[in-house]
Design a binder for this molecule. Structure first.
Ligand code: HEC
Length: 279
């Protein structure tokens, strides 16, 4: 009986290895390259200047098609974010027209934005969004950096299951790769009408036309105006919109770990002391 069980366990183990390891080695890998992010570290913080540049790229390019509906203008001045002052956030809000109403005449009207308003969506509804984008709705970008991941092959997925060792920057790496990934379709690839070939988009046929080109957005802080910097900056900005409390989470996490180490030491010596007279 135990022999049978052992055979079964070995067979299951072999099947598992065959199903996971072998395809991982055989698969054509187009994993997004890993980027270095200051916010990835255990003591991580966002680069304020990078977040401000990322916001600029979003406003001048991505905003034409994508909403950012979970973010309010006031959020831009919150601690742990792009580091705008309250007055700067208010000034940015005022550059937007927000639909409000109805007024006393029962009519909807437009007014300048206020800090409590959220970034307005570019299209009034999904049907209009679809009409302008070849039948596809551009997704809201507020949470996209957390909503996209990809599986890394063996053995990395084992690490990704363990708390603490987990790599949490898959989504933001993917964003950089996606914005870089436009190429001519390889020979024989059937690109549907209105689609563009992107190396990193699942299935490779994406409805979004290549959004970024060198020199498109003016940077005033001396950072070179390249696709490379635009895509990293806007990806970092979208990481912040997806996890606005990342800095606080990391700070508190570190404090808790330090406290637990200290507390464990204290308990150890207390225990020694309390039990020292018992033989
Ligand atoms: C001309 C309109 C347009 C512009 C400008 C644009 N996008 Fe898109 N985007 C789209 C459409 C349409 C889709 C849906 C693509 C699909 O599902 O095939 C999309 C999809 C995406 C996705 C989701 C990809 C996925 O994995 O599902 C991301 C991320 C994205 N865009 C980021 C950006 C960023 C960042 C910018 C600015 C640098 C930008 N987009 C500019 C139209 C646009």
């Amino acid at each position: 009986m135990s022999n049978k069980l052992r055979t079964l366990a070995v067979a299951l183990g072999a099947a598992y290895v065959a199903l996971t390891v072998i395809p991982a080695f055989g698969a054509e890998s187009v994993d997004p390259p890993r980027q270095k992010w200051g916010f990835a570290k255990i003591t991580g913080t966002f680069d304020r200047a990078q977040l401000q540049r990322g916001l600029k790229v979003y406003r001048e390019v991505c905003q034409a098609c994508h909403g950012l509906s979970y973010v309010s203008f006031g959020n831009l001045a919150q601690p742990g974010g792009p580091g705008f002052s309250a007055a700067q956030a208010k000034a940015i809000a005022e550059e937007y027209k927000i639909k409000d109403g109805p007024n006393d005449q029962g009519e909807m009207f437009e007014r300048p934005g206020r800090p409590a308003d959220h970034f307005p969506s570019p299209f009034a509804n999904d049907a209009l969004a679809r009409l302008s984008n070849n039948g596809t709705v551009p997704p809201d970008l507020s949470l996209i950096a957390k909503a996209r991941t990809y599986e890394r092959g063996f053995p990395w997925f084992v690490f990704d299951m363990l708390p603490g060792l987990q790599y949490q920057e898959h989504g933001v790496d993917y964003l950089v790769a996606l914005l870089h990934g436009y190429e001519d379709a390889p020979q024989g690839f059937q690109l549907p009408q209105g689609s563009n070939y992107n190396k990193y988009f699942p299935g490779h046929a994406i409805a979004m036309p290549k959004p970024l080109n060198d020199g498109q957005v003016e940077y005033t802080d001396g950072t070179p105006a390249t696709i490379d910097n635009y895509s990293k900056d806007v990806a970092a900005f979208l990481m912040w919109t997806a996890e606005p409390h990342l800095e606080a989470r990391k700070r508190v996490g570190l404090q808790v770990i330090l406290f637990l180490i200290f507390f464990a030491g204290l308990l150890y010596f207390t225990k020694k002391r309390v039990w020292s007279k018992v033989h």
